[in-house]
Design a protein around this ligand. Sequence first.
Ligand code: GAR
Length: 208
Amino acid sequence: MIIDDRKRVAVMASGRGSNFEALCRGDTGTGKVVLLLSDRKDARVLERAAELGVGSAVIDPGSYRTRMGISEEERCARTLEEEGIDLVCLAGFMRMLKGPLLEAYDGRIMNIHPALLPAFPGLEAQRQAFEYGVKYSGCTVHYVDAGMDTGPIILQEVVEVLDEDTVSSLSARILEREHVIYPRAVNLHCAGRLRVDGRKVRLLPQGS
Ligand code: GAR
């Protein structure tokens, strides 16, 4: 009998799913993506899951537009626990979490954001940064708390804004870096190398 003792990772996504795919294909070390949950039944990410042979389900987000409902979050937490999920990765999941899921998976939910937090949280971060006129933007992987993109920062990568950039060219270069740092963050978490100390996430040496 082969025992797979890798950490079971679920991805929650609402749209295109390129980060989901990067997490499936990237080097996530002892973490393995085994489940995709989407709050939109027409999301492209569901097709990607089928193409990649990853089980998926559409979840009912409830009646709010920008967050999950409490009972829906509860149901979602139950599904994740029943599936034995160790880590939840939000990847273009366009709703905030406020209650039961945060409690059930405290310190075990990550998010990727296409800007250098704490600058430009929320929607259309690449456009916000571009229109503000910053010279450098980038992307951030952070643990999730009840705020809007406010949890402790795990990894960030800087992307230079070029004079000839448009929102879409800048977004594309940021996305390339997202696809690199998100698997890396999952790898570090699953290897037990991240220690949260207040707002700081410390990177522990290999083998510690
Ligand atoms: C990514 O750029 C991700 O950083 C962003 O949505 C995009 C999803 O793309 N997330 C947010 O803006 C969250 N505030 P994808 O579906 O191709 O991974």
